[in-house]
Design a protein around this ligand. Structure first.
Ligand code: LCS
Length: 392
C-alpha cells in the first residue's frame, strides 16, 4: 500500500504484511511463543536489535496487523491492541499517573473510566477532578501544578457533549500536560484527534471499530515513537494484551468501518429528527441537530454526527422504561456501535456505579435513554420505536 493511500484504501490494506503463502488476509497466529533461529538471535530480540517475535504478550503478527491499521487510520506512529476498552483506559492511567499526580477528566465519560480513578487509582495516591470539559474555562480552572493528564471523551458517553479537542490540546501543552482522547463514539472515520493536537487516542474496539457485537477489545494509538514505546512496555508488563483470535475478528470488522458508519449515521440523522418532533419526547441530543449545544463545534471537528442519540421523554424515567420494555427490533442492551440497534438506560446500567449527585452534575439524568443506531432499514427502526411509543 502506498504511504499516502486514502482512508478506505487504508481500511482494507493497512497493517497487512507479505505472508509466506501470499495470503490476502493476515492469518491468525494462534501461538503463545515463537522460536528463535539461534541463541544469539533470541538475545537480539530481547535487546530490541531484531524485530523478530518473542512471545504473544509482547507482540504477535495478527495483533500487529490491527495495531498498524488503526495507527495508520488515526495518523499516529503505532498502535497497542489490548484486551478491552477498559484495558486501554487503565494502561494509559498506569503509564502517566502515579502517587501525587492529578488528572482532569470529562465528568461524563463511560462509567468505569471514571469509577476506576475514584475507587482504585485513588488507593495509590492519584487525585482526579471531573468537570464539564465542553466548557474550556472549567478545564483550565481544574489544572493544578501536579496535573499530568487531561482526559476527554468526545462525544461523551452518554451525554453526547462535545469537547473542543484543539482548545484542550493548546491548554494542555501550555502546562506541559498530555491530552488523551477516547475516540470510541466517532471512530477514526469521523474524527482523528491526533491531527487536532491530542497526544494519545484510544478506542473500545468493541464498538464501531469491530462493529459486529462479537468481540471485546481496545486499542491505543500514540503520536510519538517515545510515547508508543512507553505505553507498549506498560501494556506488556501489566499483561492486558489482545489475543490474536480477537485481533483477527476486529481486523475483519474494521474493513467495513466506513460503509457501516455512513449507513448507521444516515439512520441516526433521520431518527433524531423523528424523535425531536415527537410529542412524547422532551429533548434530544444528537450532534447532527442544530439544537445540539455544540452543533457548530461538532461540524468543525467531526466529519459527521455519528450514530449515537440520547433523549428524554416527557414522562421521565417511567416513560423511558416503558419505551425500552416495548421495543422489539432494537435490543435492550448495553454496548454500542454494532450493526444492530441497541437501546439502554445509562443511569441504571452503564453509569450505575457513579453516585447520584455525580450523575446529576454530569448530565446523566434519570430520564436519559441512549440509542445506538444500527444499519437495519430505517423504516423498520422507526416503525419499532413508533409501536413502542403507543405504550408510553
Ligand atoms: N470508552 C467508551 C467511550 C466506552 O463507551 C466504553 C464501553 C469503554 C471505553 C470501555 O470499553 P470495553 O472495555 O467495554 O471494551 N462502553 C460501553 C457502553 O456504553 N455500554 O457497554 C459498554
Amino acid at each position: 500500500m502506498k504511504k499516502d493511500a486514502k482512508f478506505n484504501t487504508k481500511l482494507i490494506h493497512a497493517g497487512h504484511k507479505p505472508e509466506p503463502y501470499h495470503s490476502v488476509i493476515t492469518p491468525i497466529y494462534q501461538t503463545s511463543t515463537f522460536s528463535f533461529e539461534s541463541a544469539e538471535q533470541g538475545e537480539d530480540c530481547f535487546a530490541g536489535d531484531s524485530d523478530g517475535y518473542i512471545y504473544t504478550r509482547l507482540g504477535n503478527p495478527t495483533t500487529r496487523a490491527l495495531e498498524d491499521a488503526v495507527a495508520s487510520l488515526e495518523g499516529g506512529v503505532g498502535g497497542i491492541a489490548v484486551a478491552s476498552g477498559m484495558a486501554a483506559v487503565t494502561t494509559i492511567y498506569m503509564a502517566y499517573l502515579g502517587a501525587g499526580s492529578h488528572i482532569v477528566s470529562s465528568a461524563a465519560v463511560y462509567g468505569p473510566s471514571r469509577v476506576v480513578l475514584e475507587k482504585h487509582f485513588s488507593r495509590f495516591g492519584v487525585e482526579s477532578t471531573f468537570v464539564d470539559t465542553s466548557l474550556i474555562d472549567l478545564v483550565a480552572a481544574a489544572i493544578k501544578p501536579n496535573t499530568k493528564l487531561i482526559y476527554i471523551e468526545t462525544p461523551a458517553n452518554p451525554t453526547i457533549a462535545i469537547t473542543d479537542i484543539v482548545s484542550c490540546a493548546e491548554l494542555a501543552h501550555k502546562h506541559g500536560i498530555l491530552l488523551i482522547v477516547d475516540n470510541t463514539f466517532c471512530s477514526p472515520y469521523l474524527q482523528r484527534p491526533l491531527e487536532l493536537g491530542a497526544d494519545v487516542v484510544l478506542h473500545s474496539t468493541t464498538k464501531f471499530i469491530n462493529g459486529h457485537a462479537d468481540v471485546v477489545g481496545g486499542v491505543i494509538v500514540a503520536k510519538t515513537p517515545e510515547a508508543h514505546k512507553f505505553l507498549y512496555s506498560v501494556m506488556t508488563n501489566m499483561g492486558g494484551n489482545m489475543d490474536p483470535h480477537q485481533a483477527f475478528l476486529v481486523s475483519r470488522g474494521l474493513k467495513t468501518l466506513s460503509i457501516r458508519m455512513e449507513r448507521a449515521q444516515e439512520n441516526a440523522m433521520k431518527l433524531a429528527v423523528y424523535l425531536e418532533q415527537h410529542p412524547k419526547v422532551a429533548w434530544v441530543l444528537y450532534p447532527g441537530l442544530t439544537s445540539h449545544p455544540q452543533y457548530e463545534l461538532a461540524k468543525k471537528q467531526q466529519d459527521g454526527p455519528g450514530a449515537m442519540i440520547s433523549f428524554g421523554l416527557k414522562g421521565g424515567l417511567e416513560a423511558g422504561r416503558t419505551l425500552m420494555n416495548n421495543v422489539k427490533l432494537a435490543a435492550l442492551a448495553v454496548s454500542l456501535g454494532g450493526v444492530e440497534s441497541l437501546i439502554q438506560h445509562p443511569a441504571s446500567m452503564t453509569h450505575a456505579k457513579m453516585s447520584y449527585v455525580d450523575k446529576q452534575k454530569a448530565g446523566i439524568t434519570d430520564d436519559l435513554v441512549r440509542f445506538s443506531v444500527g444499519i437495519e432499514d430505517y423504516e423498520d427502526i422507526v416503525e419499532d420505536i413508533q409501536q413502542a411509543f403507543t405504550y408510553v
